[in-house]
Design a protein around this ligand. Structure first.
Ligand code: NAD
Ligand code: WQD
Length: 351
């Protein structure tokens, strides 16, 4: 029995493959390579020292999905596939609703057709919008999202809840990730954004290796300890391990649909300047910065209450911000151009 991993060539998916393999699970990867190179999968193979099965395809293509279900025995799905750039989702909302929402509908229809009724879904803290307070608990209000990307995550969560009501055999686990950062400790895998990074950590990493000049800190006047935005950064390997626990849980006697939505964070909030300081310490590089105006749509503070994941999934983050910065820097300095220098152009991945 295999787990189908949609979006498995991407940043979080590829790290999760390693932890699934360590835990003895087998899997099939399904990805359209719109935001990932196959080189990430080559690196996974080197780390786990075995070949993996990759099928290139789009989750909106029902026939391509059906072929995978016909060719392999699949009993559960981890659904990472999706577009994730907040700014792009504001400029091109239909692209995001089509890819993320329509794509998920196609996937769920095919799963139903093949009686595959277990799914772990990559949701996001973005479903909480601008929360009243932090730490954020899972029962805080959701839906007042600040951009189309966030709305796709909220809509998919609602679709999953409705599906589980309609079909008592269908089981979903929704993981709401906070801010995933860091890289595999081997230094051979990590985050490889296209173009100018939107997110803080990859931007800082590119400054550390001399690819960017300085960091624009978006806002120095938030009501936080130093005026800059506070987030819950989580090491990608800790996040990957949460998926293993979620898959274990889906198949366990303990599973209950009342307990199926989890915050995946550390419970610690760090500011932009805290992150800069930690990165300087980990890399011994200078990270020049300038504080500029706030970025539209940003919130002051967002960090998780992760107690529920600990209690029910027996999962908690163990890696510190020093680990996150050290591993990010090791990845970026070993691979200043990410996976691109080795990637053959497959026609869909932009250089
Ligand atoms: P990523 O872009 O690195 O990985 C997503 C993968 O999905 C890519 O390999 C891409 O090629 C693939 N994909 C996209 N659309 C597809 C489609 N229609 N059919 C098949 N494959 C498709 O992103 P990531 O950071 O690894 O994120 C994984 C998931 O976690 C996404 O759903 C994202 O929204 C969610 N998430 C990410 C973050 C974050 O900050 N990285 C935070 C919260 C939630
Ligand atoms: C973190 C902090 C910025 C860049 C986003 C998505 C969210 C989720 C994770 C998918 C903020 C500041 C950033 C820079 C800066 N993704 N910053 N200069 O905005 O918390 O979350 O990624 O689900 O949905 O919105 O992450 O890394 O962009 O920002 O000052 O160049 O760093 O203002 O305070 P964010 P981020």
């Amino acid at each position: 029995m295999n787990i189908l991993i949609t979006g498995g060539a991407g940043y979080i998916g590829s790290h999760t493959l390693i932890e699934l393999d360590n835990a003895g699970y087998s899997f099939i990867i399904f990805d359209n390579l719109s935001n990932a190179p196959t080189e990430s999968l080559n690196r996974v193979e080197k780390i786990i020292n075995k070949s993996i099965i990759f099928e290139q395809g789009d989750i909106r293509d029902a026939q391509a999905l059906k072929n995978v279900f016909l060719n392999y025995s699949i009993n559960s799905v981890i659904h990472f596939a999706g577009l994730k750039a907040v700014g792009e989702s504001v400029a091109q909302p239909l692209k995001y609703y089509d890819n993320n929402v329509v794509g998920t509908l196609r996937l769920l229809e095919v799963m139903q057709e093949f009686h595959c009724k277990k799914i772990v879904f990559s949701s996001s803290a973005t479903v909480y919008g601008d929360p009243e307070s932090s730490p954020i608990k899972e029962d805080f209000p959701t839906g007042a999202t600040t951009n189309p990307y966030g709305r796709t995550k909220y809509i998919i969560e609602e679709i999953l809840k409705d599906l589980c009501v309609s079909d008592p055999e269908f089981k979903s686990v929704i993981l709401r990730y906070f801010n995933p950062v860091g890289a595999h400790e081997s230094g051979t895998m990590g985050e490889d954004p296209n173009g100018i990074p939107n997110n803080l950590m990859p931007f800082i990493s590119q400054i550390a290796v001399g690819k960017r000049e300085y960091l624009k800190v978006f806002g120095g006047d938030y009501a936080t300890h130093d005026g800059t935005g506070v987030r819950d950064y989580i090491h990608v390997v800790d996040l990957a391990l949460a998926h293993v626990k979620a898959i274990d849980y889906l198949s366990s006697e303990q599973f209950s649909r009342e307990h199926s939505i989890f915050n995946i964070g550390t419970g610690q909030g760090y500011s932009v300047l805290d992150m800069v300081k930690a990165y300087v310490k980990a890399s011994d590089k200078k990270i020049p910065y300038k504080i500029i105006e706030r970025r539209a749509g940003d919130i002051a503070t967002c960090f998780a209450c992760p107690n529920y994941a600990k209690e029910i999934l027996d999962w908690e983050a163990t890696r510190t911000i020093d680990d996150m910065c050290k591993d990010s820097y090791q990845w970026q300095s070993n691979n200043p151009d990410g996976y691109k220098n080795l990637q053959e152009n497959n026609g869909s991945f932009k250089f």
